[in-house]
Structure formats: structure tokens, C-alpha cells
Design a protein around this ligand. Structure first.
Ligand SMILES: Cc1cc2nc3c(=O)[nH]c(=O)nc-3n(C[C@H](O)[C@H](O)[C@H](O)COP(=O)(O)OP(=O)(O)OC[C@H]3O[C@@H](n4cnc5c(N)ncnc54)[C@H](O)[C@@H]3O)c2cc1C
Length: 294
């Protein structure tokens, strides 16, 4: 059932990446809510596991002097949702974190595991896309920082080099200050479920009546999470109105590459993108101090 061939624990990032370099077959485990399910279902037949849970430097959320918010990959969804730094500065990320799983899963599952599993349905991903988050990665060769958009390569595939660990998620002040956001997770049932579609919208208003900037991050609308560049470009400088928002919803669909699965047809997902982008944007406008758009 769980064919665990070996189990290692690292207490520092250096120890972890050195162990990974010495044994390329090691599978990193953080909360284990994906890795262990895959082992249970036979998607990972047998593995030697490297637990990173004891690496203290990978935990927690901080706001640096320059306003950058840093999130350690081992931070659980419960910690993200309850973090005063997140609630005060980036409340839309707390919303997304709360929509994930149920309380037991949120207490164990980490935000780093959510990103590194490469799932388009990952509840943190669409919001982190909209926030232009950057990822800090460490290997024995050194450190690199990549935009989250470049990290996702395909379904379940991310740009983790051999012996590399995700060590931080960075959100710069220019990507959250002055913005209000809203996350909608649409799933087929109200109880714990994976998203049929995830929509994260951020907006910044000018004088409460013009869109200065709009950002749309979508999950499950393509093989990876995506942004909607055409809809975002159209929005800039436009008045906040029902017509503008309707057009943004239509243009958002152009960025998608939805497919039919047992959860929903391609057409239904496209309908959801158009409708839920509008709903999320209307909610974000209200939070940004604009009026209600009927
Ligand atoms: C019942 C249930 C409900 C769920 N509901 C949801 C949901 O609603 N929304 C959602 O998005 N997900 C959901 N999930 C999926 C899962 O819980 C999340 O993806 C979770 O965030 C994974 O985190 P983890 O710490 O458990 O990852 P793990 O299982 O430990 O790891 C996941 C992957 O990331 C790699 N990894 C982890 N950390 C690092 C790191 N720092 N550096 C490099 N690689 C790393 C691992 O090697 C593995 O490939 C659910 C899972 C279960 C079992």
C-alpha cells in the first residue's frame, strides 16, 4: 500500500539539497497530502522519502522592510489564512487559503507543496499568479528566483531542477499595495472538493470610477494556471461599468484552453470563466471602494 523504501529527515536547506544531490531518487515530502495519496493510489509505486518538515527556516510569513511579503513553503494553509500579515496586506490570499480542503487538510498541507505539485487546480496558484509572485529556489549550485508564471510547465510539471527545493514565495509591494481582490472557487459540491474553476481577480481603481489595473488569475481553465492578458489590457483606463466588466469577462475566455473532463465540459468551464470573472471583479471593485455594479 505505502511502499516506503527509506525515510530521511533534513534540518537545514543545505542538508536537504545535499541529500537530494547524493540520491536523485529521493522524493521530497512536506505535509504529505499529495505524496502519500499518490503512493496509496500507486501513482508513485515505491519511494525513498526526504522529509523537510524540520527545516525551521522554511516556515512562517514575514513582511520585510521594503514591503515584500515572504511566505515560507512549509507554511500550512491554516497559517496562511490566519496570518495577520496576510489578512492585513493580501486578504485575497487568506480567502483562497480558506477555500482549500477542510480544516484537517489545511492544518497539514503546505503552500509550497501546493505549488510544487504543479496542479492547475491548486487553490493558492491563481491568486499567486495574479500577485505576480516570485519563487526562491535553492540547489547545491546556488539560489535562483523565478516568476511563478515560468515555474509551471504543464499538468503536474514544474521547473524544479535536480536537487532543488522551493525555499520562499515573494510578493512585492507594488503587486498588492492599492489592490483589492476576490477569489471564487467553483466546485461541484459545497463540501470539500477540488476546484472545477478557480478565479482570482485583483483590481486597483482611480478616483473610484476607472480601472487603473485589473489582474485575472485562473485555475483549471488550461493545463496550468494562467493570466488573461487581453482582458487585463482592455480593462486599463476604462470606466467601472457593467459594460466594461461584461467585456472583460468575454475577453478572459480568450486566454483559456479548457478541456472536457468528468468534472465539467469545455463549454461549461468557458461559461464559468466569463461569468465568475465578472462576479469576482464586481466583488473586488466593492472592496476597492468603488460602487456596486449591478
Ligand atoms: C482530502 C484532500 C483534499 C484536498 N483538497 C484540496 C483543495 O481543496 N485544493 C487544493 O489546492 N489542493 C487540495 N488537496 C491537495 C493537497 O492537499 C495540496 O496540494 C497541498 O497543498 C499539498 O501540500 P503538502 O505539503 O501536503 O505537499 P506534499 O504532498 O508533501 O508534496 C507535494 C509535492 O510537492 C513537492 N514539494 C513539497 N514541498 C516542496 C518544496 N519546498 N520544494 C520542492 N518540492 C516540494 C513534493 O515532492 C511533491 O511532489 C487536497 C488533498 C487531500 C488529500
Amino acid at each position: 500500500m505505502y511502499n516506503i523504501q527509506g525515510y530521511f529527515e533534513a534540518e537545514t536547506v543545505k542538508e536537504a539539497v545535499d541529500l537530494l544531490a547524493a540520491n536523485p531518487n529521493l522524493v521530497v515530502i512536506a505535509g504529505g497530502t499529495d505524496v502519500l495519496i499518490k503512493m496509496h493510489h500507486g501513482q508513485i509505486e515505491k519511494a525513498e522519502l526526504l522529509s523537510i518538515r524540520k527545516i525551521k527556516s522554511l516556515e512562517g510569513i514575514e513582511k520585510l522592510e521594503d514591503g515584500t511579503v515572504t511566505i515560507g513553503p512549509l507554511t500550512t494553509f491554516t497559517q496562511v489564512a490566519n496570518s495577520p500579515v496576510i489578512k492585513e496586506n493580501i486578504p485575497v490570499l487568506a480567502e483562497a487559503a480558506l477555500s482549500m480542503g477542510g480544516p484537517q487538510i489545511r492544518n497539514v498541507a503546505t503552500i509550497g507543496g501546493n505549488i510544487c505539485n504543479g496542479a492547475t487546480s491548486a487553490d493558492s496558484a491563481s491568486t499567486l499568479f495574479a500577485l505576480d509572485a516570485r519563487l526562491k529556489l535553492q540547489s547545491p549550485q546556488g539560489e535562483r528566483v523565478v516568476p511563478i508564471q515560468d515555474f509551471y510547465l504543464g499538468p503536474g510539471k514544474v521547473d524544479l531542477k535536480p536537487a532543488e527545493l522551493l525555499t520562499g514565495i515573494l510578493i512585492s509591494p507594488e503587486n498588492y499595495q492599492g489592490y483589492a481582490g476576490h477569489y471564487i472557487k467553483f466546485s461541484m459540491r459545497k463540501a470539500m472538493d477540488i476546484a472545477t474553476l478557480g478565479v482570482a481577480v485583483l483590481c486597483k481603481l482611480k478616483e473610484g470610477r476607472l480601472f487603473e489595473d485589473v489582474r485575472i488569475g485562473l485555475g483549471v481553465a488550461a493545463p496550468t494556471p494562467i493570466r488573461c492578458p487581453e482582458a487585463e489590457a482592455f480593462a486599463r483606463g476604462k470606466d467601472v461599468s457593467r459594460e466594461t466588466i461584461a467585456e472583460i469577462g468575454k475577453l478572459a475566455v480568450k486566454a483559456t484552453r479548457a478541456r472536457t473532463s468528468w468534472r465539467a465540459s469545455k463549454e461549461y468551464r468557458e461559461h464559468l470563466v466569463e461569468e465568475l470573472t465578472q462576479r469576482a471583479l464586481k466583488a473586488a471593485v466593492l472592496k476597492a471602494g468603488g460602487g456596486e455594479v449591478a
